[in-house]
Design a protein around this ligand. Structure first.
Ligand SMILES: *[C@@H]1O[C@H](CO)[C@@H](O)[C@H](O)[C@H]1NC(C)=O
Ligand SMILES: *[C@@H]1O[C@H](CO)[C@@H](O)[C@H](O)[C@H]1NC(C)=O
Ligand SMILES: *[C@@H]1O[C@H](CO)[C@@H](O)[C@H](O)[C@H]1NC(C)=O
Ligand SMILES: *[C@@H]1O[C@H](CO)[C@@H](O)[C@H](O)[C@H]1NC(C)=O
Ligand SMILES: *[C@@H]1O[C@H](CO)[C@@H](O)[C@H](O)[C@H]1NC(C)=O
Ligand SMILES: *[C@@H]1O[C@H](CO)[C@@H](O)[C@H](O)[C@H]1NC(C)=O
Ligand SMILES: *[C@@H]1O[C@H](CO)[C@@H](O)[C@H](O)[C@H]1NC(C)=O
Ligand SMILES: *[C@@H]1O[C@H](CO)[C@@H](O)[C@H](O)[C@H]1NC(C)=O
Ligand SMILES: *[C@@H]1O[C@H](CO)[C@@H](O)[C@H](O)[C@H]1NC(C)=O
Ligand SMILES: *[C@@H]1O[C@H](CO)[C@@H](O)[C@H](O)[C@H]1NC(C)=O
Length: 819
């Protein structure tokens, strides 16, 4: 490890350090390292020597030397050296720290003490500087060079820029300040117009590295000032050429320069370059510019004798070339339909704005005429517009219209548009697929006879027709089978795309297709309506979602239904249907139903509809009513039978002795007979439940209004349970009622037996109608209708109620309305 030169000052430094240590005993030890600066990863050797005669109190043979690298103990090997010294040698096989302190320790009088230290650094030789470049400043003629430093060597490194005149031994240069990698060689150390050798040298403890040597004349690398553009103009007029006047900067006036010019349109990213402009000043001419177009010009120069540095680009100048009348043909498309009366045609003509090259400036408008311009004759204009479409009427039989564009410099030659009929062969196939969110690819199969071009037309479904005037394009070329359309395409909207083949002499029948550039779930699901419901089926209807809200092609509708206990059931329905019948529902059950409308990109659920199925279905209800009706009819028949057939009657209602016919009745005075007849209450089994039969004879002077209300109260009460009067003799001529049904369903016989009323109303249309009639004049006081007036020959009837019914006549019962 022989770097003796570096080792000696280090040892000096080390002993100084040791002398400073307290205790005065440390001068007895020395640490020597093989090499204090090493390459990273290489081995380090060190030895620590104790001269015990110098170290007071140290007993030879009892000294133990140990090592510490920074704070880590490392093991050395101790032995006795010459001259009564104690030596410990240490080897670190792979030193991988960039900087470390190595301490030698001695155990002395029971305590450990540091007796020596060596500092070790490790790193790499300097990296080679690269990318050296120099620029001469023409103001002070200083040569500024810069370079890039390589990887860090971890060691103190000195860098200098060196320059040597050719074939001279003198090396001068500059030293960068503050760790930068650039410095300036002053004018006095340079020789101009002669070659110089320039390089960068980097040195550290492990070595020296040099950059590549540049051989240059400092003047070749002079930084020139940019030239100036003086004026720009079009010469001669009406050509596409431009003349530029320019001048170099005054600081460069004495040099031979070579310059170049660049220009571009504002929206264009790339520059056009004109090279090889020589001289100190002058004009330069270039051609091929577009008419009526703004250009941005810049110029720069360098010394022509050497491949030196270019000046900066000059400040830019703008120039707009002059205009010319538009040229070329316009792409046009039309639709024609007969308009109203007199066989006029309504023509919608659309066209594309000319390209920049054809426009020759800024197009101010377009003109449509029905005949071509002839010498000196300007045909009438049907449209003069700045838009790219026009809507006009033309006489029937118009076959050609003429379209031209104009700018400030003039009008283009007209484009003849032939309004061909659309009855040629259509495409063999057409489909559209999404391009991105805002474009669609349209693919088609060409018809057998290949057309010259195709016209694509598209329209948002659901929008106002003809709103998008840019929504068409022409694809030229027989081989075309696909086109990307992007004008007015928005995601989640349906587009109706039509493609027309254009043949030389006709236009093909269009083919249509519909497409979305992107789909998502519908905005909402349709609202469900219940159109019918029964015990187990429910029929639902819905109105389809409007196209603008579908956000895609509806792939299916799904109906979900569930009651509180069962799982959700569902059924998918084709998108063309708008009704669905849910079957096998449970009767008398509440169901919640909703619909989901799905597109390829997802589904949307609607609000739910609650429905309750019926207890019975229609047939069952009809059957029930029929049965009930039958039962009633049977009942009536039974009643009639009971009434007609005495034997049956006898069985149900055994004969009760009639007090009026008894022998008692014969001798009871007339006054007594007029007393109200009371029959003890008896509940009879059977259909007719009779509690009490009471024939009431009213006291004279009772208010008619009170009488009128009473029957209603009795009719609604819980009749059969209480022994109370149920037959009441009303005032003469008052309305009569046959039967009433109590609220609880058990038929209760209730009769208002009318005597005089019977006779008085016999000629009326409905003598015993259940409706309340106007009260007739009050009865004669104390007139017993049963026994005094009415039907004396019928009195032998055994039961007063039946007797009374018979009084009112069979009509009343047969009428059937009493039920
Ligand atoms: C050694 O240590 C002892 C006690 O710790 C002390 O008395 C003596 O002076 C020390 N000797 C030296 C040479 O420092
Ligand atoms: C210890 O190191 C010294 C100096 O490097 C050397 O002279 C001596 O031979 C070494 N001793 C041993 C036993 O390696
Ligand atoms: C340095 O070397 C030692 C052993 O020689 C090893 O334990 C340690 O991980 C190394 N450190 C680095 C940073 O490589
Ligand atoms: C060095 O120069 C080369 C070419 O001149 C360049 O590509 C590279 O980026 C430069 N490197 C640095 C660090 O400057
Ligand atoms: C050239 O030198 C002048 C004067 O020292 C200074 O002002 C100017 O900035 C320098 N130019 C460059 C490009 O360094
Ligand atoms: C030239 O035109 C461009 C674009 O119109 C503009 O941004 C720029 O400022 C103009 N430059 C000059 C010097 O007028
Ligand atoms: C078209 O309209 C413009 C402005 O509206 C007008 O200056 C021009 O004369 C018109 N051209 C014709 C041929 O009518
Ligand atoms: C063309 O114009 C007529 C009347 O000027 C109008 O009724 C018709 O809607 C227009 N057609 C289009 C497509 O704009
Ligand atoms: C697409 O447009 C054509 C013509 O404009 C029309 O005949 C066709 O019905 C439209 N198709 C749809 C799905 O709207
Ligand atoms: C619609 O509702 C059904 C049943 O509740 C559910 O399974 C489905 O995930 C829902 N769909 C959406 C898009 O939320």
């Amino acid at each position: 490890m022989g770097r003796r030169g570096a080792g000696t000052p280090f040892l000096l430094r080390l002993s100084l350090l040791l002398l400073l240590r307290p205790g005065g005993t440390l001068g007895c030890a020395s640490v020597v390292v093989g090499s204090p600066v090493v390459a990273l990863g290489s081995a380090v050797t060190a030895s620590c020597t104790i001269r015990s005669e110098l170290c007071r109190g140290l007993e030879r043979g009892k000294v133990r030397i140990t090592w510490m690298l920074d704070n880590e103990p490392v093991a050395g090997s101790q032995h006795q050296g010459p001259g009564g010294t104690e030596v410990s040698n240490l080897t670190l096989p792979q030193f991988n720290r960039t900087q470390a302190k190595l301490w030698c320790w001695v155990e002395w009088n029971g305590t450990k003490q540091r007796v020596g230290m060596a500092e070790i650094r490790a790193g790499y030789p300097p990296a080679q500087p690269f990318n050296l470049s120099c620029v001469l400043n023409l103001s002070d003629y200083g040569l500024t060079c810069q370079w890039a430093q390589g990887a860090d060597s971890h060691l103190p490194t000195s860098v200098t820029l060196k320059c040597a005149r050719s074939r001279a031994q003198v090396v001068t240069g500059c030293t960068p300040q503050g760790g930068r990698s650039r410095c300036t060689v002053p004018r006095r150390l340079l020789q101009l117009y002669r070659q110089m050798e320039i390089w960068v040298s980097a040195t550290n403890a492990l070595g020296t590295a040099e950059s590549e040597h540049l051989c240059l004349d400092p003047m070749d690398v002079a930084q020139l000032d940019p030239p100036a553009l003086q004026s720009i103009q079009s010469i001669p007029f009406q050509t596409d050429c431009v003349a530029l006047a320019w001048e170099v900067a005054r600081s460069n006036a004495h040099m031979e320069l070579q310059c170049e010019l660049r220009y571009r349109r504002p929206e264009e990213p790339a520059w056009a370059l004109v090279t090889g402009i020589v001289g100190q000043a002058g004009t330069t001419q270039c051609c091929g510019f577009l008419f009526g177009t703004q250009y941005h010009f810049q110029m720069r120069c360098r010394r022509s004798s050497a491949r030196g540095y270019w000046s900066e680009w000059s400040p830019g100048r703008n120039y707009t070339t002059h205009e010319k009348a538009p040229a070329g043909k316009l792409d046009a498309w039309w639709s024609v339909r007969p308009a109203g009366s007199r066989g006029w045609l309504e023509v919608l003509l659309r066209w594309k704005a000319p390209g920049r090259r054809e426009a020759n400036g800024r197009v101010l408008g377009y003109r449509v005429t029905l005949s071509p311009r002839r010498r000196g004759r300007d045909p009438p204009t049907v449209c003069n517009t700045t838009h790219t479409q026009c809507n006009f009427s033309a006489p029937a039989g118009t076959r050609r219209v003429y379209l031209s564009a104009y700018n400030a410099a003039g009008e283009s030659a007209p484009t003849e548009v032939v309004l061909l009929e659309r009855k040629g062969q259509p495409l063999a196939g057409l489909r559209a697929v999404p391009g991105d969110e805002r474009s669609l690819w349209v693919h088609w199969e060409a018809p057998p006879a290949p057309p010259a071009a195709y016209v694509l037309e598209w329209e948002r479904v659901g929008s106002v027709p003809g709103r998008c005037c840019a929504c068409w394009q022409m694809e030229r070329g027989r081989a075309a089978t696909a086109a990307l359309i992007r004008d007015g395409i928005e995601p989640f909207q349906r587009y109706n795309i039509s493609v027309y083949p254009l043949y030389p002499d006709t236009v093909g029948v269009p083919s249509h297709t519909a497409a979305y550039s992107k789909q998502r779930a519908p905005s909402y699901a349709p609202k469900l309506h219940l159109s019918s419901i029964s015990k187990s089926d429910a029929e639902l209807r819905w109105d389809p979602v409007p196209v603008e809200m579908q956000n895609g092609f509806i792939t299916s509708y799904t109906i979900f239904w569930a009651n509180s206990t069962a799982e959700v059931a569902s059924a998918a329905v084709s998108p063309s249907r708008s009704s669905f019948v849910i079957r096998e529902l449970k009767p008398s059950t509440l169901y919640k139903v909703h619909i989901m409308a799905s597109t390829a990109a997802g589904g949307t659920n609607g609000t739910s509809l609650t429905l309750v199925t019926m207890v019975l279905d229609e047939a069952e209800i009809q059957f029930l009513f029929l049965t009930l009706g039958l039962v009633f009819v049977l009942l009536i028949l039974l009643l009639i039978c009971v009434q007609k057939n005495g034997r049956v009657k006898q069985q149900f209602w055994p004969s009760v002795p009639d007090p009026a016919n008894s022998s008692l009745g014969k001798w009871v005075p007339a006054e007594l007979q007029q007393e109200p007849l009371q029959v003890p209450g008896a509940r009879e089994p059977g259909l007719a439940t009779i509690s009490t039969v009471t024939v009431l004879e009213r006291a004279a002077g009772k208010q008619p209004s009170t009488r009128g209300r009473e029957p209603a109260v009795e009719a609604t009460g819980p009749f059969p349970a209480l022994p109370r009067p149920y037959v009441r003799q009303e005032a003469r001529g008052a309305p009569g009622r046959g039967w009433a049904t109590a609220e609880h369903g058990e038929p209760v016989q209730y009769a208002r037996v009318v005597g005089e009323g019977y006779r008085g109303q016999q000629h009326g249309p409905r003598p015993c109608a259940p409706q309340p009639l106007l009260p007739a004049p009050g009865p004669k006081p104390y007139q017993n209708l049963w026994f005094g007036g009415g039907c004396p020959e019928e009195l032998p009837a055994t039961f007063p109620l039946l007797q009374g019914l018979r009084l009112c006549g069979a009509e009343e019962i047969h009428d059937g309305r009493a039920f």
